[in-house]
Design a protein around this ligand. Structure first.
Ligand code: MG
Length: 329
C-alpha cells in the first residue's frame, strides 16, 4: 500500500468515527426532480423547452408581421407578443443589431425583451454607443445598468440567457414579492437577481400594479431592424417537497431530534472538557507531591533498645542481665 492510499484509509477511518458517526436529515420529503435532456449544445432547447422561434416561422407570436428570412426574423411594423403567457421562466434569445450602423444613443439597434409584457430588458447596439447607462444593452430599462457591458459588435450575434421570477401580489393588491431577473449576456453574468421596482416606464417612476400571474413575452419594434433567432423558453417549477418531521439526526440506528442531539453533543464536549481539566489538575498535584517529597531530609530512625553501638563496641550488661543469662542456660 502506497502512502497516499494509506493516508486515505486512515482519513476514512477517522471520519467514520467522528463526523459521519451521525447523519443530519432536514425532515423534508422531496419528490424526485423530473429528468430533462439537455440540448446538444447549451444554446439548444432542452427537452422541456417551448420553442418560440426556430428559424422557420413566427407561429408562436402575434401582433405584427415580422419577416423571416434565412433562419432569422427582423423587427418591423410593431411589437410582437407570444400567444402563450408565462410566469417564472428561463428564456434563451439571440439578437443582432444591424450591421450597418445608423443613429446613435437610443436610436441605434434598439429593441427590447419585455417580460410579462411590461418589464423590459433592453436590447441596444451598445458597442461604442454613448447613452444613459440604465438604458444600454442588458439594462433593466431605467432601473439598473448591467454590471458590465458584454455586447458584441454590430452584426454579430448576442445571446441572452435570462432567468425571471414573476412578482406576486397580496389580496390588497400590493406587491408581496417583487419581480427578479438574472441575465447572462454572451456567457457573462450582467444582472444578478435584480429586484425590479415595477414595470419599466419611459416616463415616471416604476410602480407596481397588480396583474395576472402569467403574461406574454413581448419583443419591441423600436424602428430599427434588429434581428432575432433561436428563441426558446422553459417554465420553471420549484422543487416539490413537504416537511414530514422536524430536523433530526440518525445516530446509532436511532432518529434523534436535532436539538436533542445538539444538546447531547454539547453536554459531551463539556464533560470531556471537565474531565480533561480534572486529569490535568490531578497530574499536576501528584507531580508536585513527588517533587516535595524528594526535597525532604532523610528520616532519622530511632535506635532500638539493645542494639550495638554504631562503632561496633559491645554494650556492657547490667547486673540483672547476667543472672537472666544464666537462667537461659
Ligand atoms: Mg428598447
Amino acid at each position: 500500500m502506497n502512502v497516499r492510499k494509506f493516508c486515505t484509509l486512515v482519513f476514512s477511518v477517522f471520519l467514520s468515527g467522528t463526523a459521519f458517526a451521525q447523519e443530519f436529515k432536514s425532515g423534508m420529503e422531496w419528490s424526485e426532480p423530473p429528468i430533462v435532456t439537455p440540448g446538444a449544445t447549451d444554446d439548444q432547447p432542452p427537452s422541456d423547452a417551448i420553442v418560440l422561434f426556430d428559424g422557420q416561422d413566427m407561429s408562436a407570436w402575434e401582433g405584427s408581421d415580422w419577416q423571416v428570412a434565412d433562419g432569422v426574423v427582423s423587427a418591423s411594423k410593431g411589437d410582437v407578443t407570444t400567444k402563450q403567457a408565462f410566469g417564472d421562466i428561463q428564456l434563451h434569445i439571440e439578437w443582432s443589431a444591424p450591421t450597418e450602423v445608423r443613429g446613435n444613443g437610443q436610436g441605434r439597434g434598439n429593441s427590447g425583451v419585455f417580460l410579462m409584457n411590461r418589464y423590459e430588458v433592453q436590447v441596444l447596439d451598445s458597442f461604442d454607443n454613448e447613452t444613459y447607462f440604465d438604458g444600454q444593452a442588458a439594462s433593466v430599462y431605467k432601473q439598473t445598468p448591467p454590471m458590465v457591458n458584454a455586447v458584441r459588435k454590430p452584426g454579430e450575434w448576442n445571446t441572452y440567457d435570462l432567468f425571471w421570477t414573476a412578482p406576486t401580489f397580496n389580496v390588497s393588491g400590493d406587491v408581496a414579492t417583487p419581480a427578479c431577473v438574472t441575465l447572462v449576456h454572451n456567457g457573462v453574468l450582467v444582472l444578478n437577481h435584480f429586484e425590479l421596482y415595477g414595470p419599466t416606464n419611459y416616463l415616471g417612476p416604476a410602480q407596481y400594479a397588480v396583474h395576472e400571474a402569467k403574461a406574454p413575452i413581448r419583443l419591441q419594434d423600436h424602428g430599427n431592424p434588429v434581428r432575432f433567432r433561436n428563441i426558446w423558453v422553459r417554465e420553471l417549477q420549484s422543487p416539490v417537497g413537504a416537511r414530514t418531521s422536524a430536523p433530526y439526526v440518525i445516530k446509532g440506528g436511532k432518529n434523534i431530534p436535532f436539538r436533542q442531539a445538539e444538546q447531547e453533543q454539547a453536554d459531551g464536549q463539556l464533560k470531556r472538557a471537565i474531565q480533561q481539566a480534572v486529569d490535568k489538575a490531578v497530574k499536576k498535584a501528584v507531580e508536585q507531591a513527588l517533587k516535595d517529597n524528594q526535597k525532604k531530609p532523610p528520616r532519622q530512625e530511632p535506635e532500638a533498645p539493645g542494639d550495638s553501638k554504631t562503632d561496633g563496641s559491645a554494650v556492657p550488661l547490667e547486673s540483672g542481665d547476667e543472672a537472666n543469662t544464666k537462667d537461659v542456660k
